[in-house]
Structure formats: structure tokens, C-alpha cells
Design a protein around this ligand. Structure first.
Ligand code: FE
Length: 183
């Protein structure tokens, strides 16, 4: 498949589910675009901008109902998303995506005040995802190759939920996505 086919798949995923609520007063599309735009503004490397844009693609490509978290089910969207992304991108994109939920559990365990700042939806999903890490798990997490990038992604993830932020359209990120994808 060509890189334009990849872009078509991304557009289809956002067209299908991008208008769904992210659960914080913003849509899935707005959340993805805000995270990517914040990464870009901060001069993040291309892989981290693409990871920010596509970190929740796992929410857009499954066929489960939108309200699934309310039903107490963890869709493991990070594994689904990372597996999908690894067809196209290297571990510099897929690993932070795979670890962005673990990064939340890590930060809850290691950073004072982090938990208190989480949104209600994030607290609900944290419970489904296993809660804050214990000390052993936190040490193991910090040693993983993608951990630092996953923590940076997590911080973007926590910030990119502002109904008032305007972003460039999805198309803005197309050259970056296609340049980074394997041919
Ligand atoms: Fe997110």
C-alpha cells in the first residue's frame, strides 16, 4: 500500500469516528489535532508530532460502542493503535502510543499532584486500566526505550482537551505523516 493509501485510511478513520466525543467537551478529532499542534508548536521531532496526532487511532478503528468505558470495559486502544501504526511507522511512533496509558499510570505513581489534575473521564479510565503503578512497575516502565517520549505524549494528551483551542485541519499534518511512513 502506498503512503497516499495510508492517508486515505487515516481520513476514513477520522471521518467515521472523529466527531465522537473524547469525553472532555472536545471531539476525538479536536483532541488529536490539539495534541499534534501543541507538539508542533513546541518543536517536537516529526515522530512525536505524528504520535500525538494518531495516539488515539485505536479509538477510531474499532467497532465497539462509544459509551464502552461507561460500561466498565477497557478497549486497550493503545495496543490496538500501536499495532496499527507499526504497519507504517517505526517504534519512535508506535512505542509512545503503546505506552501512553502506562505513562499515565506511571505519572500518577511518581508525580505529586498529577492525579489531582486528571479529568473525570481520565480518572474513570485509569480505574479500568489498573490504577496507579506500584513501585516495581514504575521502575520497569522508566527503563523502557519509549518511556520518555510516552511521558511527553501523555502531557500533550492531558493538555489537548480545551474546547477553546483552534487548530489547523487534519490535512495540515499530511506531508509529515507521509514523509515519515515507510514506503
Ligand atoms: Fe488522548
Amino acid at each position: 500500500m502506498s503512503n497516499s493509501a495510508l492517508w486515505a485510511e487515516i481520513e476514513r478513520a477520522f471521518a467515521r469516528r472523529g466527531d465522537q466525543s473524547y469525553g472532555e467537551g472536545v471531539s476525538q478529532r479536536a483532541h488529536a489535532l490539539q495534541c499534534a499542534a501543541l507538539a508542533e508548536q513546541r518543536g517536537a521531532p516529526p515522530a512525536e508530532i505524528v504520535a500525538a496526532l494518531l495516539h488515539d487511532i485505536g479509538h477510531l478503528i474499532h467497532d465497539l460502542p462509544e459509551t464502552i468505558a461507561d460500561d466498565g470495559i477497557d478497549t486497550e486502544h493503545e495496543s490496538l493503535g500501536a499495532a496499527w501504526l507499526s504497519q507504517w511507522f517505526g517504534p519512535d511512533v508506535s512505542e509512545p502510543v503503546l505506552l501512553h496509558v502506562a505513562a499515565k499510570r506511571y505519572l500518577c505513581a511518581t508525580e505529586a499532584g498529577y492525579f489531582d489534575e486528571l479529568s473525570a473521564a481520565s480518572v474513570l479510565s485509569l480505574r479500568l486500566q489498573g490504577g496507579p503503578m506500584n513501585e516495581v512497575a514504575a521502575v520497569e516502565f522508566a527503563a523502557r526505550a519509549g518511556a520518555a517520549a510516552a511521558i511527553r505524549l501523555r502531557q500533550l494528551d492531558d493538555e489537548g482537551k480545551d474546547p477553546a483551542i483552534a487548530t489547523p485541519p487534519l490535512e495540515h499534518f499530511r506531508p509529515l505523516v507521509e514523509a515519515l511512513a515507510r514506503r
